[in-house]
Design a binder for this molecule. Structure first.
Ligand SMILES: Cc1cc2nc3c(=O)[nH]c(=O)nc-3n(C[C@H](O)[C@H](O)[C@H](O)COP(=O)(O)OP(=O)(O)OC[C@H]3O[C@@H](n4cnc5c(N)ncnc54)[C@H](O)[C@@H]3O)c2cc1C
Length: 502
């Protein structure tokens, strides 16, 4: 893994927990300290649950505060971010365990991921920059510069998580077309302040110039605020110091009595909208900002980075264990269209008529090579979709959520009906051992909650249906007949030939 931002950390963590030997190099001398992407979307929280870090992320963050605007120095309006986005307050339900966007500074998210990785014996190698790369067909040789010395590191694959200015992408010659908006620049800083309450996200603008805005948001579980001010086009970048923060604030807030005491981190960044024309070149994969710089609106950058790595991780692990190599081609096929859609804006539909879901729960891989929807009249949950959560009640008396059940296996069959369950068992029994397949016979093993599971999965009472859930929690196969045959045909595309039932 090249780069220890969110994309590199998630890729390394997912591979390490699948017992793949990884190294994670990072050119900076130490961890980054900025709040940057502070919104973790519901689907990312589900991935964090699977990776075992969601409790720590929950403890270290909080819900988005209400957005307060001021006029003539006084509070004028206050509303939730969901009202601002026009999507209404999200409601928790059995299918969606984390309905809200969670606020946590990016430095803290990265710290939590690093800690989890350290528990698996992997440490970020700081001060180590990739400077050259050669794909030799059967392996990749990376040249790493550290303390003036060079190391040649050979590996089976390289995951380039080295950000928007990716060195790996440049070495590979992959185009990164799009725009960098030099006229759209933001000064962002983490600050300590006196005179500001922490109950809401404060927003001022000059009455004569709505573009002269300043926004100050309390960062949960810290004593800092994230300060953001757009910079006027054409002007020189100001000095990145405390006095600049105070000046911008005083000019734009109409003299609100707030004093900034300390700057902990400060940067100026430009709006960047670019997409790599390939996500895979031989044994090298681009993930996160190295593959796409998405528009800032809607807080999708970090989240899309995490989802990329989570899509790729299990595929690399499976191929290293013997699954067919072309499984890796599905990474670009599944992930690039979602980033391409974000480039067109949050309100713009793609050629399938789907608009981006800022929560990323409806992002799906329908119609892609790994999604086998074989029913004549598919229901609401289809092959390619995220498999929703559901309440279970197992024969041993336990009442896990489906997501907890999924964590016990690589691949899970959800069988609705005797024939579907028999089909699953027949295939599981036929194979040797490699990846772990688990079968849940929903109607017999979870009778107390069967109605809820059927409703969530849009399966009628008495209907025979089988869903195969992939290691990343998406439905791979949905079938209503020929269960054993369809499973036997589908499983070898995802796994190293054999499966053992737990
Ligand atoms: C000010 C700011 C505010 C933002 N706000 C939001 C937001 O509100 N919501 C949102 O979703 N996103 C936001 N983003 C974007 C978000 O931070 C990124 O999308 C996210 O960090 C992408 O993660 P990544 O791991 O792909 O890349 P990065 O976080 O950029 O990590 C790449 C890493 O690779 C390292 N690296 C680079 N080259 C090499 C090399 N040759 N060798 C070794 N290491 C290398 C870098 O040092 C870096 O640590 C913001 C970004 C900025 C700058």
């Amino acid at each position: 893994m090249v780069g220890a931002g969110p994309a590199g950390l998630v890729a390394a963590l997912d591979l390490a927990r699948r017992r793949v030997d990884v190294r994670l190099i990072e050119q900076s001398a130490s961890p980054s300290t900025g709040s940057r992407a502070k919104g973790i979307q519901p689907r990312t929280l589900e991935v964090f649950e699977a990776l075992g870090v969601v409790e720590e992320v929950s403890r270290s963050g909080g819900p988005f505060p209400r957005w307060r605007t001021y006029r003539a120095g006084r509070p004028a309006r206050e509303k939730s971010i969901y009202d601002m986005l026009g999507i209404g307050q999200p409601v928790a339900g059995p299918a969606v365990p984390y309905p809200e966007t969670w606020m946590i500074p990016q430095w803290r998210t990265e710290e939590i991921l690093r800690d989890a990785l350290r528990h698996l014996g992997v440490r970020v190698e700081y001060g180590s920059a990739l400077v050259a790369l050669t794909d030799e067909g059967t392996e990749v040789t990376a040249t790493i510069r550290r303390d003036g010395e060079q190391e040649r590191l050979r590996s089976s694959y390289v995951v380039a998580a080295d950000g928007a200015a990716s060195t790996v992408r440049r070495i590979l010659g992959v185009a990164f077309d799009g725009v960098t908006r030099d006229d759209e620049r933001y000064l962002t800083a983490d600050v300590r302040a006196t005179g500001l309450d922490r109950s809401c996200w404060h927003n001022w603008s000059r009455p004569d110039d709505a573009a002269a805005r300043v926004s100050v948001c309390p960062l949960p579980e810290t004593d800092t605020f994230q300060f953001v001010a757009p910079l006027p086009p054409g002007q020189e970048t100001p000095a990145l110091v405390l006095a600049t923060v105070q000046r911008l604030f005083d000019e734009r807030s109409g003299g609100a009595p707030v004093t900034f005491d300390e700057v902990c981190w400060i940067t100026v960044h430009r709006a960047n909208e670019r997409l790599a024309d390939r996500y895979r070149v031989g044994r090298v994969f681009l993930v996160g900002d190295a593959a796409h710089a998405v528009p800032a609106a809607g807080g999708q950058g970090l989240n899309t980075a995490v989802q990329d790595s989570y899509n790729l991780g299990w595929k690399l692990a499976a191929v290293l264990a013997g699954a067919p190599e072309d499984l890796l081609d599905s990474y670009e096929e599944e992930r690039r269209p979602l980033a391409a859609r974000l480039m067109r804006g949050l309100g713009t539909a793609d050629d399938r008529g789907e608009v981006p879901d800022i929560f990323q729960l409806r992002n799906n891989y329908r119609g892609r090579r790994l999604s086998a929807e074989t029913r004549r009249d598919p229901g609401g949950v289809q092959a390619g979709d995220r498999a929703p959560d559901a309440p279970l009640s197992l024969p041993d008396g336990s009442r896990p959520r489906l997501f907890e059940f999924l964590r016990g296996a690589d691949v899970t069959v959800l069988a609705f009906g005797d024939e579907a369950a028999e089909g699953g068992h027949a295939v599981a029994g036929r194979h040797g051992s490699s990846a772990v397949l688990r079968i849940l016979d929903v109607r017999t093993e979870s009778p107390a909650t069967v109605d809820a599971v059927q409703e969530i999965y849009d399966v009628a009472s008495g209907q025979e249906v089988l869903f195969l859930v992939r290691p990343d929690g998406h439905v791979g196969l949905a079938a209503e007949d020929h269960f054993a045959e369809r499973l036997a045909e589908h499983l070898p595309r995802l796994t190293a030939g054999g499966l053992a039932r737990t």
